[in-house]
Write a protein that binds this ligand. Structure first.
Ligand code: TMP
Length: 203
């Protein structure tokens, strides 16, 4: 089975850039890649994106919607691509739910509602402080409901770090973690991710 790689981190940590650099590099080596993201562009993803612009949902409802969107993502995008032998790179996955929704609802409950999500082979966490991402987020123009609150993002960051040590993870989400300093040069970060992906692709 081709590898399933997840890239996680707080808003502005460079996930999109790293996902794209990894895709180019893998494709350059002749590997077939599916680059996906959450929330998806599907019907549940659209409700979530509307909420993020102008919140109207209860926090637990939102956590369930993210979990439902994830099932759509796995069933319609991730699993089909993996069965065709394509390497999947997902920009965000269930770890974002535990980190973000876990700020306002019990993170272990968020784990439970994601307890049959497909296990990735590698989770890359792009680690960065909330004050460092401020400029990057503001430079993008549009800011979602979570990005406004830097102390919230600091809590999200801490949650990603504690998950990398195994905390709050249901059994299906325990896997290999690679935590990287996202303030480093993007090409340097990409090299480290590339080496790690190559090592799981050819054990
Ligand atoms: P994006 O900026 O990477 O497109 O993600 C959109 C927002 O959705 C971002 O603020 C993080 C948030 N999010 C959650 O709160 N829970 C989740 O499970 C996912 C996938 C994203």
């Amino acid at each position: 089975m081709a590898p399933f790689i997840v890239i996680e981190g707080i808003d502005g940590s460079g996930k999109g850039t790293q996902a794209e650099l990894l895709r180019k590099r893998l494709e350059g080596g002749g590997v077939d890649v599916a680059l996906t993201f959450e929330p998806t562009r599907g019907p549940i993803g659209r409700i979530i994106r509307d909420h993020m612009k102008d919140p109207f949902l209860d926090d637990r409802t939102l956590a369930l919607l993210f979990a439902a969107d994830r099932i759509e993502h796995i069933e319609k995008e991730v699993s089909p691509a993996l069965s065709e032998g394509r390497t999947v790179i997902s920009d965000r996955y269930a770890y974002s739910s535990i980190a973000y929704q876990g700020q306002t609802v019990d993170p272990d409950w968020v784990g439970v509602v994601n307890s049959d999500a497909l296990r990735p082979d590698l989770v890359v966490v792009l680690d960065m402080g909330s004050s460092e991402v401020r400029g990057r987020i503001e430079g993008r123009g549009t800011v979602d409901c979570f990005e406004e609150d830097l102390s919230f993002l600091e809590g999200v960051r801490d949650m990603f770090l504690s998950m990398s040590g195994g905390d709050h993870l249901p059994e299906n989400l325990m896997t290999r973690f690679l935590v990287l300093d996202a303030t480093e040069d993007p090409e340097k970060i990409s090299d480290v991710i590339w080496k790690s992906v190559t090592s799981i692709s050819s054990p």
